[in-house]
Design a protein around this ligand. Structure first.
Ligand code: NAD
Length: 493
């Protein structure tokens, strides 16, 4: 693959490359450019040069390119699904749903083409008006993670471009190919040169450099909280606006009156989607003591039935890379050493030869987890879940909220009073009641606490890419009275 800068596909300026391995097989998949600071400078200069004409173009004209790109993605969606399976380790249904999400995101934002508005505010007298324009910020840096390598890109590019910003995209080094594919579709759709640029390379090298670049105005980043915190510090250099979508530690609560089969199905989705590598993944399972045994017996049964291996016929994919697999092994080893009972899994699976070097880990359940344990406090990001019994609503709210993260949460109950109470008392950006995720384009994806800042989706998400600018006007003629300026100073003038 290549970088895309100022309308040209090119190698990294020092020709350096990085390797990408298949999560399914552990084999080398290909290489991609290790972009340099020079490449970043070039991309940012191109985005700067392209800004005036792109922002002047008007929203409906920009939307046409988004519609066209969505159409091209739709027509060629099999290619993107294949990439998501190969480089992202997705199973077939996950790859399919993610491409649906990509198309939906782009179309959703394009449909705002004639819906964006500013305000006119009355001034201190009838001749005075304050025009509040919503204007693009300028150069947006979009930094994306590997876990949804296409959907996260679409969710950033579409609103940033529709609103007239120009973009430098820096995808994760674990999944550069999906970004390249999507950028190609925008190029085919007619995006003018310099408006959208793609730079790949190590986050710790060019990422650091790009976020403190003095020319950028907005950083939209999805990734881990620790990276978000680094970015926030660096961004103080240029006072860039931040949209930070960071880590999660979703509680999944099954109350005593829940429809158990429904809760179990949603739990299976929330835990095993993307091998548990999702910011809205269930990471803490709280079950009412009255139904604990029957729920767990069924959960164990389902867990044993989960298949791994061939992405076209399995239920659970691999971890993204060897480091992630080693991390999960360590989480489980630490739990074992702390004396926890591993009810299921707890090891790598025995798979057919083609997948035996892939980064697979068995779905794992760890029982009776203490609330203060790292299992309940730190993001696991794999197919491992801790469980605990709860008995009162006070305990439910206390334990659910006892997290430094605050993105998604799940509650299963038939009690309308509890539903309403939970809607207010569970302090998470998303509360899913009796249903699975993921978030919708028309919802506002946001989190409390260390999950980040601002959000994506809905009109609120679009407005994150627009700066509210105020123009004060006075249509009166002749003398103007200013309290602190003596009129006689101007006599005879
Ligand atoms: P990560 O933080 O390691 O990397 C995210 C991106 O930041 C990558 O493109 C990476 O190259 C870049 N980066 C790394 N260091 C950087 C630096 N110093 N400066 C600038 N950029 C840098 O995260 P990841 O492992 O790719 O993704 C997993 C994390 O993302 C999890 O914590 C998950 O919860 C979170 N996530 C959150 C959401 C959400 O919507 N809240 C969605 C998906 C994933």
């Amino acid at each position: 693959m290549q970088l895309y800068i100022n309308g040209e596909w090119k190698d990294s300026s020092n020709k350096e490359i990085l390797n990408k391995y298949s999560p399914d097989t552990g084999k080398l998949l290909g290489t991609f450019p290790a972009g340099t600071k020079n490449d970043v400078d070039e991309a940012i200069d191109a985005a700067e040069d392209a800004f005036d004409s792109w922002s002047d173009l008007g929203t409906p004209e920009r939307a046409k390119i988004l519609y066209k790109a969505a159409d091209l993605i739709k027509q060629n969606r099999n290619e993107l699904e294949m990439l998501l399976k190969n480089e992202g380790g997705k199973i077939k249904a996950e790859a399919h749903d993610e491409v649906d999400g990509v198309i939906d995101q782009i179309l959703y934002y394009a449909e705002f083409e004639r819906k964006l508005t500013g305000n006119i505010v009355e001034g201190s007298n009838s001749k005075r008006k304050i025009f509040q324009y919503k204007v693009p910020y300028g150069i947006v840096v979009a930094i994306t993670p590997w876990n949804f390598p296409a959907a996260m890109v679409a969710r950033k590019l579409a609103p940033a471009l529709l609103t007239g910003n120009t973009v430098v995209l820096k995808p994760s080094s674990d999944t550069p190919l999906a970004s390249e594919w999507i950028v190609k579709k925008f190029v085919e759709a007619g995006i003018p040169k310099g408006v959208l640029n793609l730079v790949t390379g190590k986050g710790s090298e060019i990422g650091d450099y790009i976020v403190e670049h003095r020319k950028i105005s907005l950083i939209t980043m999805t990734g881990s909280t620790s990276t978000g915190q680094k970015i926030m510090q660096k961004a103080s250099n240029n006072m860039a606006k931040l949209i930070l979508e960071l880590g999660g530690k979703a509680p999944f609560i099954v109350w005593k009156d829940a429809d158990i089969k429904r809760a179990l199905k949603c739990m299976t989705w929330a835990k095993y989607l993307n091998a548990g590598q999702s910011c809205i993944a269930a990471e803490r399972l709280y079950i009412h003591e009255d139904i604990y045994d029957s729920f767990m017996q069924k959960f164990l049964e389902v867990t044993k039935r989960i298949k791994m291996g061939n992405p076209d016929s399995s239920d659970l994919g691999p971890l993204i890379n060897k480091g992630a697999l080693d991390g999960i092994k360590k989480v489980v080893e630490d739990a074992r050493e702390s004396g926890y009972n591993i009810l299921a899994g707890g090891k790598t699976p025995d798979l057919e030869p083609a997948y035996k070097n892939g980064y697979f880990y068995e779905p794992t359940i760890i029982e009776n987890v203490n609330q203060t344990s790292p299992l309940f406090q730190e993001e696991i990001f794999g197919p491992v879940i801790g469980t605990e019994k709860i008995s009162t609503t006070e305990e439910l709210f206390h334990k659910a909220n006892d997290s430094k993260y605050g993105l998604a949460s799940y509650l299963f109950t038939e009690d309308p009073e509890l539903m309403l109470e939970a809607s207010e008392k569970i302090r998470f950006g998303e509360v899913y009641i009796n249903m699975p995720g993921p978030e919708a384009s028309q919802g506002y994806h946001t989190g409390f606490r260390l999950t980040g800042q601002a959000g994506e989706g809905s009109i609120y998400g679009i407005n994150e890419y627009l700066k509210l600018k105020n123009v004060y006007t006075d249509y009166s003629k002749g003398n103007i009275t200013i309290n602190t300026v003596r009129d006689s100073l101007f006599d005879d003038l």
